[in-house]
Design a protein around this ligand. Structure first.
Ligand SMILES: Nc1ncnc2c1ncn2[C@@H]1O[C@H](COP(=O)(O)OP(=O)(O)O)[C@@H](O)[C@H]1O
Ligand SMILES: [Mg+2]
Length: 317
């Protein structure tokens, strides 16, 4: 099978591991830098051109779309979907998971725990005071809607600090969410890695000294951790709610139980594989291959059924 990893570069650890896992299973891996895919739209026959080639023979895709390319990346996935190519991530699930407000709106429909969160496009000063109080008072966490790797997450220690930060961001037309600060998390969070409704690994990440953000890209460290029953069920439910077959669910350990912080649709493999020693890349590829085979068998069954129906009609006539 020809399986494409949609990624910017084969220098990235996760991309390398996925390419390797396809090869190890006797299939043909291809790196497709989705930024250079040209999408051809014509009636009944969508196609993709990439570096002079027609990508009609790709049998499955693993999208690894960078946060700055969510829009175009989702259009490329949509095109593969229209071509009937199975994907480990659907275009709609990617878009939904990348927008923090949209994911929280989705998650809040179920009973799972989330930190209390407010969103306002351009609040007046008095509104900020009310919103900060609404989510439990200062300190509060402010987040850019499209933050990733902890780069757009700020702790405002007072209402005034929250006001000036929000003012600065609305000045550059950036929307922000205001969130209850979970102090007892002590700068740590839990990453739960899920593949096809199953937890394949988990780790506790601890922010560097003095940082409330536990992101490994911000200097955090990671160690393996055992999950409680509740943590398992909450993480699995969050991935399911967001329709993600491959997900990195981040939880905060709060006094009132596990709270979902975010659900990543292209979770990094380096930290989790190093800490847990699990072949996570292999699990993702195994899942995709099974999915491709299942869809193929279904297609063959439908074709057979249609053939039989046609034959029956001809005999009757
Ligand atoms: N409400 C919160 N209370 C306490 N810590 C938080 C809160 N929100 C985020 N953090 C810390 O900041 C980190 C980054 O936040 P997150 O929402 O995951 O943004 P990003 O997508 O940029 O990683 C988290 O991993 C967590 O350690
Ligand atoms: Mg995060």
């Amino acid at each position: 099978m020809k399986i494409a990893i949609l990624s910017m570069s084969d220098k990235l650890y996760s991309t390398q591991r996925l390419l390797e896992a396809v090869r190890e299973r006797g299939h043909e891996p291809v790196l497709v830098d989705y930024r250079h895919c040209n999408l051809i739209i014509e009636q009944g026959k969508p196609s993709i051109r990439y570096r002079g080639q027609d990508l009609h023979d790709i049998e499955g895709i693993i999208p690894r779309i960078a946060a700055s390319y969510t829009d175009f990346g989702s259009a490329v996935i949509r095109h593969f979907e229209a071509m009937g190519v199975p994907s480990s991530l659907s275009s709609i699930a990617l878009v939904r998971s990348r927008d923090k407000l949209r994911s929280f709106q989705h998650l809040s429909k179920s009973g799972i725990g989330i930190p209390k969160t407010a969103f306002a496009k351009s609040p007046f000063d008095d509104d900020v005071t009310a919103l900060v109080n609404e989510v439990g008072g200062a300190p509060v966490i402010l987040k850019l809607l499209e933050s990733s790797l902890g780069k757009g997450v700020i702790k405002a220690d007072s209402i005034n600090a929250a006001k000036s930060t929000i003012e600065a961001f609305s000045g550059i037309k950036k929307s922000i969410i205001i969130q209850e600060f979970i102090e007892e998390a002590n700068g740590a969070d839990i990453r739960v890695f899920i593949v096809n409704g199953e937890i394949v690994g988990s780790m506790k990440r601890q922010g560097k000294e003095g940082d409330f953000r536990s992101n490994l890209h911000r200097g955090g460290t990671a160690e393996a951790t055992e999950l409680s029953k509740k943590e398992c069920s909450v993480a699995l439910e969050a991935a399911k709610l967001l329709d993600l077959n491959v997900a990195g669910v981040d939880l905060l350990r709060a006094k009132r139980g596990p709270l979902i912080l975010e659900v990543n649709s292209s979770p990094g493999l380096q930290g989790i594989e190093r800490v847990t020693k699990v072949d996570v890349a292999g699990k993702i590829i195994d899942f995709l291959i099974r999915d491709i085979e299942k869809k193929r068998a279904k297609k063959a069954r439908l074709k057979e059924k249609a053939k039989k129906k046609k034959a029956l009609k001809t005999t009757k006539n």
